[in-house]
Design a protein around this ligand. Structure first.
Ligand code: AMP
Ligand code: MG
Length: 386
């Protein structure tokens, strides 16, 4: 509980400072001779409490600004709505939180009652409406990203201990055994019936690289259904915005500094009605013998992607796509990610931060991004035509 409170204080502070991106849990970077981890593994309790606070927004059309914070999907969730009164704001936030908790229970790879847990145990199963949507989109993203985004990576994610926080470094022999079963091409899916079947034993799927983006997209629908015209959510740092502020002004979304995620921002993006979703090696990792091992796996090696990217942010209207692509760009590395962006520039914009302190930003959003840390004086604006 104390841990949760400190997360909430931290995120509240960041909200005041720069809009809506929140800080992650404090990382532990001490003695590296044994394993240290970035984030304690906690799952949402069955009775997740949503604490809502209300303030006056100063906008006539929506005088109440309400913020609801809670813990789900292993991270801190923060929902913020502008509403005509407290009752409307509370209904919208409660409905949004209920939706996230519903999706968490259904999509978690850890909860024995979840749909995904059941399918992974049996090697087959039928997906419901949310699962079918995510499966169809994941298959499409797998193809489009040439396998960089791959939900069938689950056996390898598990072997590294990221599902349980019992971290370990799998041997090369283990990875060689797991690589052939950790790919979407070994999975059969009957889209009409929603039936998934694994072609090999010990396969598994994990929507962890896409679930928060889908959840944030669902939240925007729910807020709209409740008559809200201005809102945002930050799901563990993944932000989606419903319109702008009640007066039409843009929101300011802080992009975390991947080198000091709890203290500092790399920059601030001005945005309206879109998702701003980040994958980062600082978000979930452990350290052993001075080496950091993070949770975004390169499906070609079975190891944490290691190509110089330390954070990848995707900006576009579609939260689900933004989440999948943020993960995929991280795996691709700057050159392939840039080529991928050039051939999909109508779909999204991106900000990549690399370990040489450079910010690579696509030209579509460069004029609304303001760097906030002198460390990043090197800004590489990517043009569509190279
Ligand atoms: P994200 O934070 O959205 O980049 O998602 C990372 C999570 O997605 C990890 O914790 C894994 O559960 C899963 N994952 C790891 N590597 C991949 C990958 N290459 N493709 C799809 N999902 C992945
Ligand atoms: Mg993702």
């Amino acid at each position: 509980m104390k841990k949760l409170l400190s997360y909430l204080l931290l995120s509240a502070m960041v909200f005041c400072l720069a809009g809506c991106n929140e800080a992650e849990a404090p990382s532990s970077n001490g003695d590296t001779s044994h394993i240290t981890a970035s984030q304690p593994h906690e799952s949402a309790g069955e009775n997740t409490n949503v604490s809502i606070s209300y303030t006056e927004s100063g906008f006539e059309s929506a005088p109440i600004k309400a913020t609801g914070d809670f813990f789900a999907m292993d991270t801190v969730m923060s929902l913020q709505v502008y509403a005509k009164d407290e009752a409307t704001a509370k209904e919208a936030i409660d409905a949004g939180a209920a939706e996230i908790i519903r999706l968490d229970r259904k999509l978690s790879t850890n909860r024995p009652k979840s749909d995904i847990y059941r399918i992974n145990e049996k090697g087959e199963g039928t997906l419901d409406e949310d699962g079918r949507y995510l499966m169809t989109r994941s298959l499409d993203f797998y193809k489009k990203t040439n396998g960089a985004f791959d939900i069938a990576i689950y056996p390898i994610v598990k072997a590294w201990g990221f599902t349980t926080s019992e971290f370990q470094i799998p041997s090369n022999a283990t990875l060689e055994k797991l690589l052939p079963i950790s790919r979407t091409s070994e999975l059969s899916y009957d889209a009409d019936k929603g039936v998934v079947k694994f072609n090999k034993s010990d396969m598994g799927i994990d929507f962890g690289g896409i679930a928060k983006g889908y959840a944030s997209a669902r939240l925007m629908d729910i807020f709209r259904e409740h008559g809200i015209e201005s809102a945002l959510c930050s799901l563990g740092g993944n932000v989606q915005l419903l319109n702008g502020k009640p007066n039409g002004d843009a929101f300011k979304v802080a992009i975390q500094n991947p080198f000091a995620p709890n203290e500092d921002y790399a920059g601030v993006l001005t945005a309206i009605d879109e998702a701003v979703i980040t994958s980062g090696s600082y978000q979930r990792y452990f350290e052993k013998d001075g080496q950091r091992y993070h949770h975004i796996i390169d499906p070609t090696t079975g190891k944490p992607a290691d190509n110089g990217i330390v954070s990848s942010t995707v900006v576009c209207k579609d939260g689900t796509l933004a989440d999948a692509y943020a993960t995929a760009l991280f795996v691709m590395g700057v050159d392939d990610a840039t080529a991928f962006w050039r051939s999909h520039a109508d779909e999204f914009d991106m900000i990549l931060i690399t370990d040489d302190d450079t910010i690579h930003i696509s030209e579509g959003i460069a004029d609304r991004f303001e760097p906030m840390d002198q460390r990043f004086s090197n800004i590489n604006v990517l043009s569509r035509n190279g």
